[in-house]
Design a protein around this ligand. Structure first.
Ligand code: PMP
Length: 429
């Protein structure tokens, strides 16, 4: 009997590489918003935020190939690529965020950011939300509530309830919810201070992407941020998911929320699939980090990665993809809201730009989450050729985050397919 690819993965890779869907997709090719499996079947990619400007964008492919054929080295030589990119990247931020440290992943970037926060504040306490993910290093995994760490959470880590606009803390949405969140942050600051850790940072995704992307008004985070600054802490904005124009109205998630972080981390979409991450901060923060830690990254900022980053940023800007995210994203959200008129299982429609989705419930009055049903819907969509997934504390938020070249016709296909799948999937657990 021939061994299937799934069996071969299990034999050779062990259990550590999970796949999506009950029937995992075996992909062989990508182009724009499209993916093809080994049998030639075509899928619409609604989920994959890594190929930000579209799968195998020719300009990014060309830049990578050209640089790989010219020079690639570790990062201890002089090379134009890293400074050219740092100049272009910092130009997208407030002038106070003027230095870049390159890494290879978002996890590394967050790990460095935690150490930078320690270096500038002299404190070690960290606050994050109680349902999030910031990466996979030992320190960052402490903030990623997928499974409790062996030995428990470190004493200097503290968690506040992840914001949920559909079921707001304190019962009232908007700024009342913001003040309840800030009160929870203040409580954790006091606990960290009492334990002698003090506060180094609040680590936050400004879109709360992994928490289920709640609908929060501009300024919502300000009361919590004020509390952090009063305690001498800094804000680390994890822009790994919402950054680089995806949200449409703004290039960065923190701009959309109306605050300025001391440290920003980025990753996933920044090189269209090539593994790259970065930390962006002010010169003084970088200098404090340099004084406190000896840091070197063999691959972070290598010439090929920088060529991929530069080409990706060029395409975002020259093809007007932030604007496309805003226009097509608004159309997608409206279309999803119209679909909610026909399907009671859609409890809440949320999102910004090309990051949108719906919270699925058994019953709108009780807002009872429907995780098993949501999973069946995501699998049904996959069977019908549209790739999306689900997340959130209750595992019941359908999440769509397609490449930024997504069109209105693509949205129509998603909505029509979702209509069919919701009609044929019984709303049960
Ligand atoms: N931060 C956030 C918000 C993420 O969602 C992720 C990855 N899902 C990471 C950091 C880690 O990035 P990476 O997998 O590149 O290490």
């Amino acid at each position: 009997m021939t061994e299937t690819l799934i069996d071969k993965r299990a034999r050779l890779l062990g259990p550590n590489i999970p796949t999506f869907y009950d029937d995992p997709v075996h992909l062989v090719k990508g182009e724009g918003v499209w993916l093809w499996d080994k049998d030639g079947r075509k899928y619409l990619d609604c989920y994959n935020n890594v190929p930000h400007v579209g799968h195998c964008h020719p300009k990014v492919v060309e830049a990578i190939c050209k640089q790989a054929g010219t020079l690639n080295t570790h990062t201890r030589y002089l090379h134009d690529g890293i400074v050219d990119y740092a100049e272009r990247l910092t130009a997208t931020f407030d002038a106070s965020l003027d230095n870049v440290l390159m890494t290879c992943t978002g996890s590394e970037a967050n790990d460095v950011a935690l150490r930078m926060a320690q270096a500038v504040t002299g404190n070690t306490g960290v606050i994050a939300t109680d349902y999030t993910y910031h990466g996979n290093t030992m320190a960052v995994a402490q903030l990623s509530q997928t499974k409790p760490p062996i030995g428990g959470y470190w004493d200097n880590m503290a968690f506040v309830p992840a914001p949920d606009s559909y079921r707001p803390l304190g019962g009232e949405a908007g700024m009342a919810h913001a003040r309840a969140f800030a009160a929870a942050v203040e409580e954790k600051i006091a606990e960290l201070q009492a334990k002698g850790h003090g506060l180094s940072a609040l680590v936050i995704c400004p879109f709360f992407a992994n928490e289920g992307f709640p609908d929060l008004p501009h300024g919502w985070l300000t009361p919590a941020i004020d509390a952090v600054r009063r305690a001498g802490g800094v804000i680390i904005a994890d822009e790994v998911q919402p950054g680089f124009g995806r949200l449409g109205s703004h290039f960065w998630g923190h701009e959309r929320m109306g605050f300025l972080p001391e440290i920003v981390t980025v990753g996933k979409p920044m090189a269209n699939g090539h593994p790259v991450g970065a930390v962006i901060a002010g010169h003084d923060t970088m200098a404090a980090f340099r004084n406190a830690f000896a840091y070197f990254n063999t691959f972070g900022g290598n010439p090929v990665s920088m060529a991929a980053c530069l080409a990706t940023l060029d395409v975002i800007q020259s093809e007007g993809l932030q604007d496309n995210a805003q226009q097509v994203g608004a159309y997608a959200k409206t279309s999803l809201q119209q679909l909610a008129d026909r399907h009671d299982s859609i409890g809440d429609v949320r999102g910004a730009g090309l990051f949108f989705g719906a919270e699925m419930v058994l019953d709108r009055d009780s807002k009872t989450p429907a995780p098993e049903y949501t999973k069946r819907v995501a699998n049904g969509m996959r069977q019908r050729g549209v790739l999306m997934n689900f997340l959130g504390r209750n595992r019941n938020v359908l999440k769509m985050r397609p490449p930024l070249v997504f069109s209105r016709a693509n949205v129509d296909q998603v909505i029509e397919t979702l209509d069919t799948v919701l009609t044929e999937t019984p709303v049960t657990e």
